[in-house]
Design a protein around this ligand. Structure first.
Ligand code: ADP
Ligand code: ZN
Ligand code: ZN
Length: 733
């Protein structure tokens, strides 16, 4: 008797055997099809891994599956392979990894088909006279069908007031029929372009030629300063593959998926360009997914999870802003879509391009080692000049809600010249915290080791780490004084100050609080694009992807924020952010200037970034990492644990360390650091700790992880804490 061996979404790292459902011919089943099964008290959707002749489960414990849901696997073989590889590499349970590679509706066991693929129409020779006078409702229904010769869905029939239950009657009389309608894949247009492409400059031309010359798998790092015309390189490289009848997949960061980016692709290509963004319903997502799988969608733009989008004729993959950390999923299945893109390119034998102005140190290392072909765009496209940097030393200068007097002067002169000003402050809310002037008490979060942020609109205290909120106290918790003062400035506060300083100019704030409403971002962009002088103040939402031709002054209020971070990547992140923001200045005919307020104007990192640029900074950073034996010169994985009592998580991780110390099978060359309490030990009421494993040998590290995890899984103590493994962590907290 054959058994079905299934991957099931569950935290357990193993496969599950079931008896085939009744009336099922197991020999005909293709691995990858979905199977509905009872699991504990639930019914879940598993994925068939193999049909096996033997099982280790006692026969009386085996349950029969409920149903096989597909005749062919929804995921093509390469995607199945990619998801399996990812589950394995990121040490994530296979069933969950496979499930996450599927659209939500397929995870839930819905049919793998289009929303309106079953349609109804009247038969060709249907004659209304065949229906008697008394069958008024049937006559209405037939008329409705006749009004839709290309077919109508049952939902639409109901919406028009028709009775779908009567369709049966019409079939019996041979008046109606159902058929399957699918979007048409043969969109063979002789004219795949809407507009004439720009004439490339030399550097762009070389990049496009290198990419389109690639045969089979080839990874590229496209490093182009902001405004160098990377997007134009993407568009023209994509055109090459489109003309061969292939598809392109473009991944962008979460907040980089701006209407502007999508609009540029739609304006260029006279072909289906489809977007997988967070506002889609599950139904819409499945429809896009199917159209990509069937080759109808030719260009697919999406965020992290779109890396699992199946393509019928894969041509090329782009990762835009490849340094962005949103490509790494930060909980559950902790994959990195950028790294998976390289793997996928390898499986599908297609080129993969990582584009950015500020490469991640890892990618720079890969390019230096010759693993990626390195393409550079050093010039801004068109007539735009690179922005000029000025370090504004604010030691001993009074700050007015975050703004120094020399900066206020410069803002004024740019506005008076009729151009726009962008002010970057990576802290939303009114003030980072509230302090008692009499005793120094600070409004801290009760569930985190963090201060609560004061918000004005609406007036409350908010913890940005656990989302808890409370009213603003009138009295100090500690001494009862009423002298409570906001400390420091967030975007709300600086916005208020700017409104007072420049009442005759609009001040537009862009942060998570002002952009939640649908279309809010679009309305803001429309206003900015009118081109009238104004001040934009906001967080990193302003930094990415936007093209503001009228902005001539960019001010960075707190350029020091990452200098003394506990995370070794703190400075890398700050440098990337500073250059992204700076890149918004002077992107067309108006020259741009970037003013950075700093308390460390002579810090070598800041000065090298400003005077020599990102490349010099990054090379220095890379050699420091290599000297300090940090990634990318080492492979790294992190065990995290959290528990309700202080010390518990650390005790659990200490046990792991003991296992490492005592393990005689321990592969050579794996080192560990910790366990240590996390830099923010308490968050959302839980106490957290971490243990880092490192090795120069990836295989040794993975073997060690695997044996540790299987030991932990069988340890009852492990259930008292929440633990997880993060392979190639991008965030050390
Ligand atoms: P990046 O993505 O590198 O920041 P973009 O692709 O957004 O740069 O290009 C910046 C601006 O330069 C855009 O307005 C774009 O239309 C323009 N541009 C790009 N390439 C050219 C070119 N070859 N000739 C003229 N203008 C160009
Ligand atoms: Zn007090
Ligand atoms: Zn909190």
């Amino acid at each position: 008797m054959p058994y079905l061996r299934l991957a099931i979404p569950s935290p357990l790292r193993r496969l599950f055997d079931y008896l085939p459902p009744q009336a099922c011919e197991p020999a005909t089943l293709i691995p990858g099809v979905r199977v509905q099964v009872p699991f504990g008290r639930r019914e879940v959707t598993g994925i068939l891994i193999e049909v096996s002749e033997s099982t280790e489960v006692p026969l009386d414990k085996l349950k029969p599956a409920i149903a096989v849901l597909d005749t062919t696997p929804p995921m093509p073989a390469t995607i199945l392979k990619l998801a399996r590889w990812a589950g394995n590499y990121y040490q994530h349970p296979l069933g969950d990894a496979l499930s996450q590679a599927l659209p939500v509706l397929l995870r839930k066991g819905e049919p793998c088909e289009y929303a309106h693929q079953h349609l109804w129409r009247a038969t060709a020779d249907a004659d209304i006279a065949q229906l008697g006078k008394t069958a008024a409702r049937q006559r209405e229904l037939l008329l409705l069908l006749q009004e839709h010769p290309r077919g109508i869905s049952e939902d639409a029939i109901r919406a028009e007031g028709g009775q779908t239950s009567l369709l049966k009657k019409l079939i019996e009389k041979d008046l109606a029929e159902s058929f399957i309608h699918k979007p048409n894949a043969d969109h063979h247009s002789d004219q795949p372009l809407h507009e004439v492409p720009l004439t490339l400059n030399n550097e762009q031309q070389q990049a496009v030629s290198a990419i389109t010359a690639a045969k089979g798998f080839k990874p590229f790092l496209l490093q182009g300063v902001t405004g160098s015309g990377k997007t134009e390189v993407y568009l023209q490289a994509i055109e090459h593959f489109i003309r061969q009848g292939k598809q392109a997949l473009i991944l962008v960061p979460e907040i980089g998926l701006t209407p502007q980016t999508v609009a540029r692709f739609k304006a260029r290509f006279n072909l289906p360009v489809m977007v997988l963004h967070s506002n889609l319903t599950d139904r819409q997502r499945l429809d896009v997914w199917l159209q990509a799988r069937e080759g109808v969608a030719r260009i697919i733009i999406g965020t992290r999870s779109a890396i699992f989008t199946p393509l019928l004729n894969p041509g090329i993959i782009f990762i835009d802003e490849e340094h962005d950390t949103s490509f790494k999923q930060q909980d559950g299945f902790r994959y990195n879509a950028r790294d998976l893109a390289i793997m996928r390119g390898n499986f599908e034998q297609i080129p993969v391009v990582l584009g950015t102005a500020t490469p991640a140190i890892e990618s720079l290392y890969n390019a230096q080692q010759g693993r990626y072909q390195w393409l550079k765009l050093n010039q801004r496209a068109g007539n735009a000049l690179p922005p000029r940097f000025e370090l504004l030393d604010i030691r001993q200068l009074p700050l007015e809600d975050g703004l120094s007097t020399p900066l206020i002067q410069q803002i004024k002169s740019h506005l008076q010249q009729g151009t726009q000003v962008l002010i970057f402050l990576n802290r939303r809310g009114f003030a980072p915290t509230l302090m008692c002037h009499d005793c120094g008490w600070l409004a801290d979060c009760r569930r985190c080791d963090a201060h609560m942020t004061l918000h004005r609109k609406p007036y409350h205290l908010h913890c940005h780490h656990c989302d808890s909120q409370r009213p603003v106290p009138v009295n100090c918790d500690h001494c009862g004084s009423t002298e409570l003062k906001p400390v420091g400035a967030g975007t709300e506060r600086t916005e208020e100050a700017l409104q007072k300083l420049f009442p005759e100019f609009p001040v537009i704030r862009v942060d998570r609080d002002t952009t939640q409403r649908k279309n809010a971002m679009q309305q803001i962009m429309d206003r900015v694009h009118q081109g009238l002088p104004c001040i934009l103040i906001g967080t990193q939402m302003l930094a990415k992807g936007h093209h503001f031709p009228k902005v001539t002054l960019v001010a960075i209020l707190n350029a020091d924020s990452g200098l003394f971070s506990a995370d070794f990547r703190g400075m890398e992140r700050t440098a990337q952010l500073i250059l992204q923001v700076a890149g918004r200045a002077g992107r067309s005919d108006h020259p741009g200037k970037v003013v950075m307020q700093t308390h460390h104007a002579d810090h070598p990192t800041i000065t090298s970034l400003v005077s020599e640029g990102y490349q010099a900074f990054a090379e220095q950073e890379l050699s420091q990492r290599i000297a300090a034996q940090l990634p990318p010169s080492m492979y790294c994985a992190m065990f995290r644990a959290e528990a309700s009592h202080q010390g518990m998580a650390e005790r659990f991780l200490r046990k792991l360390r003991t296992l490492l110390e005592e393990d005689i099978l321990q592969p050579q060359g794996v080192q560990w650091i910790g366990p240590l309490p996390s830099p923010m030990e308490k968050r959302a009421g839980l106490f957290r700790a971490q243990l880092v494993l490192q090795s120069r040998d990836r295989k040794a590290l993975h073997q060690q992880l695997q044996s540790l995890i299987s030991t932990v899984e069988s340890d009852p103590d492990a259930r008292k804490v929440r633990w997880s493994v993060d392979v190639d962590p991008v965030d050390m907290f």
